[in-house]
Design a protein around this ligand. Sequence first.
Ligand SMILES: Cc1cc2nc3c(=O)[nH]c(=O)nc-3n(C[C@H](O)[C@H](O)[C@H](O)COP(=O)(O)OP(=O)(O)OC[C@H]3O[C@@H](n4cnc5c(N)ncnc54)[C@H](O)[C@@H]3O)c2cc1C
Ligand code: FES
Length: 265
Amino acid sequence: MEVYIPGQVTLINCLASHVKLFEIELKESFSVRPGQFIMLWIPRIGEIPLSVTDMEGSVLKLIIARKGKVTTFIHENIRVGSRVYVRGPFGNGFTLKKWKALLIGGGYGLAPLYFLAKSLNFLGYPCDVALGFKNRNEVFFEEEFKKICSRVIIYTDDGSYGLKGMVTDILRGKDVAKTYDAIYACGKEAMIVKLLQYCLRHGLYMEASLERYIKCGVGVCGSCILDGGIRVCRDGPVFNSSILRELKDLGKVWRDPSGRKQPLP
Ligand SMILES: Cc1cc2nc3c(=O)[nH]c(=O)nc-3n(C[C@H](O)[C@H](O)[C@H](O)COP(=O)(O)OP(=O)(O)OC[C@H]3O[C@@H](n4cnc5c(N)ncnc54)[C@H](O)[C@@H]3O)c2cc1C
Ligand code: FES
């Protein structure tokens, strides 16, 4: 879909210090798969890619973390009643399959994982989720996940809530490879690299949603290109372990807005 769909913000919830949930009533609904993303356009400010957190009828839910120009504007100026514009959905999305899955994520990586967990739950496929945050004040969506997942395991860096440590510590605690058939991940690339190494070592299937600088969203401009010519917007953003293992850029570099390779922040 190439046209912009107008929408009106109907609800804003503060989830954590730099994270808000936005509900947008769209003029028309569209069908979307978990893991796909939309481009949110704020006139005169800019356009950014965001994973779909949920879509119920024509109400689109987005989790938005404050980062730079556009997201700061959204946090500070978008109110209930504000008009915004959406194009999409774009990208491939996660594989929905009847298997025992473990979803692993942190920060706003929860956005596509929530939609995935909800879809797996709807289909009657079991899943557990492990979520990582800095501290107890940054924890969000625990109750939402509890309604749709068999187990919700929370990690905080400082141990102020849940288990102390990184979410990847779950790989040490119990035999993940024996318990689960697949891992789905979204979050920092350092985390994705650790999970991938584990999955490759144990022959466990994995899918991860990657983030790159996205401009067109439809595979034309080359802004999101990875090594090997793979375009995150068109060929991803979700990639399975056999593709992830071939990506030399993974966990190391991304392209800035001018297309130059830069170390990942
Ligand atoms: C497929 C996809 C799904 C996403 N889903 C979500 C979501 O659900 N919720 C959410 O909050 N965010 C999500 N993001 C990230 C979001 O798009 C960016 O945070 C946003 O575009 C930043 O815009 P800005 O104008 O606020 O920041 P900018 O002013 O553009 O940048 C701020 C800083 O972040 C760096 N930066 C910007 N974009 C990237 C990038 N892609 N990779 C590495 N560094 C970057 C810039 O170099 C700069 O240092 C997603 C990104 C992708 C590609
Ligand atoms: S954003 Fe233009 S090719 Fe991916």
